[in-house]
Design a protein. Structure first.
Length: 318
């Protein structure tokens, strides 16, 4: 009986439409007409700070390279010189997953270039180097990431590496909107993340590498992207944090655990279409099936956790 009651309560909670808050963008709109393929999502009006939409937004999950937004914030707030050349060091600890890089060990690049390609092109070795060259070193950098998360009120977030290669880097869609707001206020971070193409000029030895932005929407004229970071891990699915303008207002979006490379981009389009027309449009069958499987697994985990908590409390009471 407890199982049926808990299951029913959980299903009710996740199916209730999220409150639109005080955003002029959503006046007269019904959030039930906003259907997204990502398992976890949060959409905010950055001008008012109100949440427009939330879906499983309080569940901690791996966030992959969305991590690098926090990495960038810590680097920029350290006030270390961006034009300083940093030596590319051999990894002093193994990467959690394959972390191939074209960058040559012992060559040099500026902190600004490493930060730019970590954001725009998700260069994992670049993010690692930024942590290694932080005052106090790598461990101090990770501590700074978690300290910043606490200051931002990201109470369900944890960071263990600067690139997002570890699935132990976890957060919620709601927490990430707090990070997104902080990043949005940093003009340098916004500019670096939305760079379309960039060539890094390394020295010692001298060579060049060209990079492109991992978010194809930055190349499209109809999308005024003002902040972006993509991410992917097997355990995290496809992820996207993005700020764009809809009807001349800044709208922040976080999508976690999407099916395919284009699914979170499609969700961005669905959010914009819903704001403008009241209807988000269709979702591809494969993406929809993936989302349903993931939600079913999420419900099962939540129900089991609730049952275990109830059982523990009963045993304690006895």
């Amino acid at each position: 009986m407890v199982r049926h009651w808990l299951t029913g309560l959980f299903c009710l909670l996740i199916l209730l439409p999220a409150g639109a808050g005080a955003s002029p963008l959503t006046e007269g709109l019904d959030t039930r007409n906003l259907e997204l393929a990502s398992v976890h999502s949060a959409v905010v009006d950055l001008e008012t700070g109100s949440q427009i939409h939330g879906k499983h937004a309080q569940t901690p999950v791996p966030i992959a390279s969305i991590t690098k937004v926090m990495t960038a914030l810590v680097v920029l707030e350290s006030d270390e010189p961006l034009d300083e050349y940093l030596t590319i060091l051999e990894r002093d600890r193994p990467a959690p997953v394959n972390a191939y890089s074209r960058i040559r060990i012992n060559s040099e690049a500026t902190r600004r270039d490493l930060l730019r390609i970590a954001l725009m092109s998700s260069e994992n070795l670049a993010a690692h180097q930024l942590a290694r060259h932080h005052p106090g070193g790598y461990d101090a950098f990770i501590e700074a990431m978690n300290r910043k998360a606490t200051l931002l009120g990201m109470n369900n977030s944890r960071f263990v590496d600067p690139a997002g290669l570890s699935s132990k880097n976890q957060s919620t869609a709601a927490d990430l909107t707090r990070l997104m707001r902080a990043a949005w206020k940093n003009e340098t971070l916004r500019e670096l993340s939305t760079t379309r193409y960039h060539t890094v000029h390394f020295r010692s030895p001298r060579y060049q590498l060209r990079y492109g932005n991992t978010n194809v929407l930055v190349h499209r004229r109809g999308w005024p992207v003002r902040l972006t970071k993509t991410g992917y891990l097997n355990d995290a699915g496809r992820c996207l944090m993005m700020v764009t303008r809809v009807d001349d207002r800044p709208v922040g979006m976080v999508f976690l655990n999407s099916f395919g490379k284009h699914t979170p981009l499609g969700d961005a389009g669905r959010v914009r279409r819903w704001i403008r027309t009241g209807n988000s449009g269709a979702i591809a069958g494969a993406a929809k099936r993936y989302e349903r499987r993931q939600v079913q697994a999420l419900r099962a985990r939540e129900t089991q956790t609730a049952e275990n908590t109830h059982k523990d409390s009963m045993e304690t009471a006895q």
